[in-house]
Design a protein around this ligand. Structure first.
Ligand code: ATP
Ligand code: MG
Length: 163
C-alpha cells in the first residue's frame, strides 16, 4: 500500500483553509484531505514503519500557519509557518532517522513544512490574507493513500502521540 506520515489539522482549521483556498482557481484540496506531509514512503508495508514511528520521542507543539505562497515549479498554493518550528524539526529529524534505520528510502530533499491547499494553481496576483488557524500538534499519523477513479482517498493507519 501507498503510505506516508502526516499531521492532520483540527476539522475547523481544515475547513477555514479549504474555504480560503476555494476562491483561488485551480484544484482546491477538500477540507478532509488537507494535511502536512512529514515523510513519504510510497509502496511499503506498514509494520516496520509503525515500529519505527513508535521509537520517535518528541514534544507536542503548535503549527503556526503564518504565510501562503505559490510555487511555480509544481503549481501549488501552500500555507505554513515562516520557519519550521524547532519541535517539529526535531520530531521530523527523529522520524526520518528511525525510518532510515528501518531501511525505508526517503526523499533527499530537506523537509520544508508546507500544507498544500491548491493544485494546478494559476499564478495568483496577490494571495488574500489567511484566516486565523489553530493547529495543535499532539500526534502524527501513518496514512494510507488509495487511488481510484475519484482520485486518492486517505485513511489513517495508526496514530503516534507526542509528549
Ligand atoms: P493525487 O496523487 O491523486 O493527486 P495525493 O498527491 O494527495 O493525490 P499521494 O500521491 O498518495 O496523494 O500523496 C500523499 C502525500 O504524499 C501528499 O502530501 C503528496 O504531496 C506526498 N507525496 C506524494 N508523492 C511524493 C513523493 N514522491 N515525494 C514526496 N512526497 C510525496
Ligand atoms: Mg500525488
Amino acid at each position: 500500500m501507498r503510505l506516508f506520515f502526516a499531521l492532520w489539522p483540527p476539522r475547523e482549521s481544515a475547513r477555514a483553509l479549504a474555504d480560503w483556498a476555494s476562491g483561488l482557481g485551480g484544484r482546491a484540496i477538500p477540507a478532509e484531505k488537507i494535511h502536512l506531509t512529514l515523510a513519504f514512503l510510497g509502496e511499503a508495508e506498514p509494520q516496520k514503519a509503525i515500529a519505527a514511528a513508535r521509537r520517535v520521542e518528541a514534544s507536542a507543539h503548535r503549527l503556526p500557519i503564518e504565510m501562503a505562497k505559490y510555487w511555480k515549479h509544481n503549481r501549488i498554493v501552500w500555507a505554513g509557518p515562516r520557519e519550521t518550528p524547532p519541535d517539529l524539526k526535531t520530531m521530523v529529524d527523529a522520524l526520518h532517522f528511525e525510518l532510515f534505520r528501518a531501511e525505508y528510502i526517503l526523499e533527499r530533499r530537506p523537509f520544508a513544512a508546507h500544507v498544500t491547499l491548491v493544485r494546478n494553481a494559476r499564478p495568483p496576483r496577490q494571495l488574500p490574507p489567511l484566516p486565523e488557524v489553530d493547529w495543535p500538534v499532539r500526534e502524527f499519523c501513518l496514512v494510507r493513500s488509495s487511488v481510484d477513479s475519484n482520485g486518492s482517498t486517505y485513511g489513517i493507519v495508526e496514530r503516534f502521540a507526542l509528549n
